[in-house]
Design a protein around this ligand. Structure first.
Ligand code: HEM
Length: 188
């Protein structure tokens, strides 16, 4: 059986390599915000299933996201992680790591949501004070640039994918800076 033969539920449409050049990042700066138009490649690889404590079965995709600034073509964001589907509990989970020493385990229920275009709509969230879906960061980041919450919505179907995400950061002595990213991608 190939890894693509497992049931990845709402994640199925993500498998493959995606490119998009309509990205917009709004990031914190000491004196306000920075707007960064970007392009990126995201590759989702099906990796089969895992069994936990002989009772929970998760199917999973591993992904790598490489984001480049349009202004200079340099990589300015790199991210990796897993998307997991728990079919029995109808829960989607997204674990992500970024090389600022920040890790997130975001989760959400999936009950067949679609948009007007018939795309699958997946939503996950995490927060530092959430009971279940949490954020871990280095001592430096906890003190200087603490990620308080993360939420993400992905719409995928018919070879197209779009996402929007909001990361709330306490930074430069201010609370709850709204750091956002969004893009539209097509599968190659
Ligand atoms: C497409 C996705 C993303 C892009 C393009 C992006 C880009 C950026 C940029 C340009 C900055 C400002 C950096 C600087 O001034 O040196 C920044 C800061 C930050 N980002 Fe992101 N980011 C993304 C996603 C995320 C995610 C998913 C998280 C965490 C869950 C995150 C957490 C942070 C934090 C904590 C900072 C503050 C660090 C600082 O400015 O010194 N970012 N990001």
């Amino acid at each position: 059986m190939s890894d693509n033969d497992f049931d990845y539920g709402p994640l199925t449409g993500l498998i493959g390599t995606w490119n998009g050049d309509k990205g917009m990042d709004i990031a914190p700066e000491p004196d306000g915000t920075e707007h960064n138009p970007y392009y990126e490649t995201i590759t989702y690889t099906a990796i089969g299933d895992v069994e936990n404590a002989e009772e929970q079965v998760l199917t999973a995709l591993h992904y790598v996201q490489v984001v480049k600034r349009k202004s200079n073509d340099e990589v300015f964001h790199h991210q990796t992680g897993y998307w997991m589907w728990d079919a029995k509990a109808s829960i989607v989970m997204h674990s992500l790591q970024i090389p600022r020493a920040v890790s997130v385990l975001a989760g959400g229920n999936y009950n067949g949501a679609t948009n007007d275009d018939g795309q699958t709509v997946i939503e996950v969230a995490a927060a530092s004070d959430d009971e279940t879906w949490k954020i871990i960061e280095s001592p430096f980041m906890a003190q200087k640039a603490s990620t308080r919450s993360f939420s993400q919505k992905i719409s995928v179907g018919d070879g197209k994918m779009s996402y929007s995400q909001t990361t709330m950061v306490d930074i430069y002595g201010k609370k709850q800076f709204v750091h956002t990213d969004e893009n539209e991608l097509t599968r190659s």
